[in-house]
Every structure is written in structure tokens, then in C-alpha cells.
Write a protein that binds this ligand. Structure first.
Ligand code: ADP
Ligand code: MG
Length: 396
């Protein structure tokens, strides 16, 4: 079995300069960081490496400058936030390769931030020459940016071939959690897949159908499956051109011994708006002018029973239009139930996806899940069963 190389595998690092790939692509509003989760994620790795006496040159992308220097996409404005989070001064190099980088590394006390790697076209092209110029700056490489690991770029993949390479602590924690959830899970294993559209999650559904014991389909995408089962869904969001695909996924799942759970009752309204009047109906009683905006209480109760029997849960996608109460009810109730089962030790729960994380925060339970992934694209590709190049290159 291939094994993830970790910081300890690098051996003695005291006094050496390490290249450390972070994801500092934080959301900004009016020149201020609006959410510093990504920075905080990297604190354990930075602390560990610094305590072991390594000098660190930090690499990251920021935005999409497409291989050109775009001053608005400089990493420099992040310095105060990094110094606050890491608890020591952070130097800065106006270029991530060459003399500017070398001099800044030599001048820094122990931490130096190198400018946006995507200012060079060689980054996204995974150009070997650019990767060699990065590698020339350090004695070893640590990648702590799981969220960028689905891209084979020079700073996430190419450079790892050229130096002793290992996963940082956040990267390792993420891979361990996903491995326990989907790689070697304790069964029964249940997946909840929700969200707006099937089209964005076809590969996820296909891969999960082959591996999980229970596949729960909710959210807007359940509507297309209800169409495939012959129900009228009124004005609900649906992808009519994917009804046949939905039918195939259902067949595929059955063939693989996976039980698919579609809602048996739903919450409907005439529009998606706050305080709109709504009603709960069985799935065969949706009127022409109504749309499905959440799964109903009977469906939630059935899912609670499934969760109570499950050992592992992997969740992507809200069960309803959760941004507009009361259509957040099923998502919040099931999230609280998953949190309770996790707290009592009977469930390993892993969730990911931008809106899913927002929904878990709305429900106030994100910290109770075993692991919540903020990795976005990389998390979804993992759910699709894809090999992530930035992870593969760190395997021994
Ligand atoms: P994630 O970001 O977690 O991967 P998605 O982006 O796939 O999740 O889906 C989230 C979106 O799905 C939310 O905006 C939510 O309002 C929408 N959604 C869920 N259920 C419905 C529904 N029944 N009708 C319309 N939109 C829905
Ligand atoms: Mg989303």
C-alpha cells in the first residue's frame, strides 16, 4: 500500500530552508480578508516546522493572474495577517524564483513569503524549468495545500519530484479523514448528496454508487430522480435532459448493492422566497404551480434511522434551498442528528462543499463533525474517485 510521506519522514530539518506550499487564496473584500480560515488551517504545519528549526519559504497562488504580474493579486497585503497567525515576523520576496527570492530568504529571520506563483506562466503549465527554479531555493518541500492538490502545477506537483517531499499537517489530516470515510470505511457507509444540480455531480454519484451502502439523494438534484421515477414535480428545478442519466444511476446503484433513498415527502411552495406559504406533501401530490424546496419530515425521519445504523457518513450538498428559511429545516435537522451521533462516538462524519459547509455553520454543528473539508474542487474530485496529482506525488 502506498503511504503518505509526512514531515517526520524528512528527517533532520534544523537549519535547512524548506519550501512550503500553502493555500493563501483567501477571500478579500475592499482590501481586507473576509475569511481567514485558510490561513489558520496552516498554523500547525508552520509551528511544527519552525519548532524543528527549519527556515521556511512560503509559496501560494492568489487569484487568476494567468501567468502575468497583476499588482492587485500580490500576496504582500497578507503579511500582517500571516504575522498575527504565525506569531513571528514574515519577510517578503517580490518574486518567487531567482535572485529576489534568494536574497529575501537569506535576509529573513525564519519565515519569508514568496510572491504569487501564478505570476509565472510556468506555474500552471507545470513547466520543468520553473519547477527547477523553485526547487533551487530549498532543501526539501512540504505541501500543506490540499485544496490545490487537484491541480498538477509546478508548486503543487512538479517541484515535489525534485526535492524530498512530504505532506504538511493540514494536508495529512484531510487525507486521513477522507481515507477513513471513503477509502477504508467502517460500514455501513452512507453518502448524502444534495445541492442544486445533477450535472455538477454526475461523477460523484457514479463513484459513490459503487462504494456506499446507502446513497441519499436530496436537494434540487432529487427532482430529476423523481422525474425518472415517474413523479410530477410541478415547477421544481430539474434537468430534463438528464432524466435518462438519473435512471441509469439508479440502476447502476441497485446493481452495486447500494440502497438509494429518495424523498417520500417534500416541502413545496409557489416560489422560492422568505415567508412564502408552503406545505408538506407526499411526492405524488405536487401541484403544477408548486416547486419542491426541501425534503419533508417523514423523509428526514427515515434518514435519521439510516444514520443511526451507519458507522460512516460522507455528505456533500444541502437537502433543500437552505439559504431561505424554512427550507433549511431538513438540512439543519439531519446535520444536528449527524453531529449528535458523532459526539456520542457511533458515527464518523465527513462533509465538504462550499454550500454544505455554510449550511453546517448555519446549523451550528460544523465543529461537531469528525472532519469538515473546505477544499472545494479537490474535495469533489476525491469524491469522484480521482487521483489528485498533488497527493499522488507525496506517496512513498
Ligand atoms: P456544495 O456547494 O455544498 O457542493 P451545491 O452548490 O451543489 O452544494 O448546492 C447548493 C445549492 O443547492 C444551494 O444554493 C441550494 O439553495 C440549492 N438547492 C438545494 N435544494 C434545492 C431545491 N429543492 N431547489 C432549488 N435549489 C436547491
Ligand atoms: Mg456550491
Amino acid at each position: 500500500m502506498p503511504r503518505l510521506r509526512r514531515i517526520a519522514d524528512l528527517g533532520e530539518i534544523a537549519g535547512k530552508t524548506l519550501l512550503v506550499r500553502l493555500d493563501l487564496n483567501v477571500p478579500m473584500q475592499d482590501g481586507r480578508i473576509s475569511d481567514d480560515t485558510r490561513i489558520r488551517t496552516h498554523v500547525p504545519t508552520i509551528r511544527t516546522l519552525r519548532e524543528r528549526g527549519a527556515r521556511l519559504a512560503l509559496l501560494s497562488h492568489f487569484g487568476r493572474p494567468r501567468g502575468k504580474v497583476v499588482p492587485e493579486m500580490s500576496l504582500r497585503p497578507l503579511l500582517p495577517a500571516l504575522e498575527a497567525a504565525f506569531g513571528e515576523p514574515v519577510g517578503f520576496a517580490s518574486d518567487c524564483i531567482g535572485e529576489a527570492a534568494r536574497q529575501a530568504i537569506a535576509a529573513a529571520e525564519g519565515l519569508v513569503l514568496l510572491e504569487n506563483v501564478r505570476f509565472h506562466p510556468g506555474e500552471e503549465a507545470n513547466d520543468p524549468t520553473f519547477a527547477r527554479e523553485l526547487a533551487a531555493l530549498g532543501a526539501a518541500y512540504v505541501n500543506d495545500a490540499f485544496s490545490a492538490a487537484h491541480r498538477a502545477h509546478a508548486s503543487t506537483e512538479g517541484v515535489a519530484h525534485l526535492l524530498p517531499a512530504a505532506a504538511g499537517e493540514a494536508m495529512a489530516r484531510e487525507i486521513d479523514a477522507l481515507e477513513r470515510a471513503l477509502g477504508k470505511p467502517e460500514r455501513p457507509l452512507t453518502a448524502i448528496v444534495g445541492g442544486a444540480k445533477i450535472s455538477t455531480k454526475l461523477a460523484v454519484l457514479g463513484h459513490l454508487a459503487e462504494r456506499v451502502d446507502h446513497l441519499v439523494i436530496g436537494g434540487g438534484m432529487a427532482n430529476t430522480f423523481l422525474l425518472a421515477r415517474g413523479f410530477d414535480i410541478g415547477t421544481s428545478l430539474a434537468e430534463h435532459d438528464l432524466v435518462e442519466t438519473a435512471r441509469q444511476i439508479l440502476q447502476h446503484a441497485e446493481g452495486a448493492g447500494c440502497t438509494v433513498h429518495l424523498p417520500s415527502d417534500v416541502v413545496v411552495a409557489r416560489a422560492l422566497a422568505p415567508r412564502v406559504s408552503n406545505r408538506v406533501v407526499p411526492v405524488d401530490a405536487v401541484r403544477d404551480a408548486e416547486m419542491i424546496l426541501d425534503i419533508g419530515p417523514k423523509s428526514v425521519a427515515a434518514l435519521v434511522a439510516v444514520l443511526e445504523e451507519s458507522k460512516t457518513l460522507i455528505w456533500n450538498g444541502p437537502l433543500g434551498a437552505f439559504e431561505v428559511p424554512p427550507f433549511d429545516r431538513a438540512t439543519v435537522m439531519l446535520a444536528q442528528e449527524a453531529a449528535r451521533l458523532t459526539r456520542q462516538g457511533s458515527l464518523l462524519s465527513v462533509a465538504g462543499g462550499g454550500d454544505t459547509v455554510a449550511a453546517l455553520n448555519t446549523a451550528g454543528v460544523a465543529q461537531d463533525f469528525s472532519h469538515v473539508s473546505t477544499a472545494g474542487g479537490a474535495f469533489l474530485e476525491w469524491m469522484e474517485g480521482k487521483t489528485l496529482p498533488g497527493v499522488a506525488v507525496l506517496m512513498a
